[in-house]
Design a protein. Structure first.
Ligand code: ATP
Length: 262
């Protein structure tokens, strides 16, 4: 359902994504991991067609993201890490607008919106009375997730989807994506919360400095690294050990009283 071939993105002198090749079949949840600046968001944006690769190709549901952008957009739902919403619309107006853009008929759109807001514990009244600028962070996150799922796409891309969600909403969301995968959706789940990735994802992909450094099922990865946790493997492959030593050395420069030593 997703096929990346030698995907590369260069910004000036910096290569953000470096010859990344990956195939993800239907029904799989893939955790996309990597340290800050590894190239995860850039990769997701290239999959959506929002960003043009410098070289290499992206195929979604058999369509090339450069030559068949509309088909690709129809085939996927994307929850970005952050991004502007139409702040002066109410949640209801916004979701109705998104539904209309996807060609969902008005009556059917309201039925879908109703189902989703019930799932996320939002009332119809709350959805319609406030503009998005006045929503809490978690409410905004829920609206962005609903907007990505409204047209029922076969491919879903999530960038830190749990950010801002309360414990109950996060639990519900995790169950939701596992169910969607069982129904055959393909899901890419980018996150820094490794224990969630370990529990929810069938497969884990780690990128470091734009390059693929690990690809496997969480249990296989652990077995191949002497039973180490995903966190320990991640750290080893992405230079975390060096950072830990640096942090320890830095911490030693502080006295217990909080005064820095000369
Ligand atoms: P994080 O975990 O911090 O969100 P990430 O893995 O999503 O990081 P990207 O946002 O894909 O990383 O960025 C990869 C690299 O590309 C970074 O070094 C970043 O500074 C650079 N980069 C991203 N977007 C641009 C841009 N528009 N112009 C120039 N450089 C960019």
């Amino acid at each position: 359902m997703i096929k990346l071939t030698d995907l590369t993105k260069v910004y000036g002198a910096q290569t953000a994504v470096d010859h990344l090749s990956l195939e993800i079949p239907a029904g799989q949840i893939v955790g996309l991991l990597g340290p800050n600046g590894a190239g995860k968001s850039t990769t997701l944006k290239m999959i959506t067609g929002m960003l043009r690769p410098t070289s290499g190709t992206v195929q979604v549901a058999g369509y090339d993201a450069t030559t068949h952008l509309m088909e690709v957009k129809r085939s996927l739902g994307f929850v970005p890490e952050s991004g502007a919403l139409y702040e002066s619309l109410t949640g209801l107006e916004y979701l109705r607008m998104v539904a209309a853009l996807y060609g969902i008929e008005a009556e059917q759109a309201d039925v879908r919106i109703q189902e989703f807001i019930q799932f996320f514990d939002i009332t119809w009244q709350a959805l319609g009375e406030k503009i998005l600028a006045a929503y809490s962070k978690g409410m905004r996150r829920k609206i962005v997730i609903i907007a990505a799922l409204l047209h029922n796409p076969p491919v879903l891309l999530f960038d830190e989807p749990l950010d801002g969600l309360d414990v109950n909403a996060a639990m519900g969301f995790k169950t939701l994506i596992q169910t969607l995968a069982k129904q055959g959706r393909t899901i890419v789940y980018s996150s820094h919360i490794l224990d969630v990735v370990e529990k929810v994802c069938h497969r884990v992909v780690i990128i470091h400095q734009g390059r693929l450094v690990l690809d496997g099922a969480p249990a296989e990865v652990s077995a191949q690294h002497g039973g180490q946790s995903l966190e320990a493997v991640f750290s080893k492959l992405t230079g975390g050990d060096v950072l830990r030593e640096k942090a320890e050395n830095f911490a030693r420069t502080f006295t217990p009283g909080g005064t820095e030593q000369p």
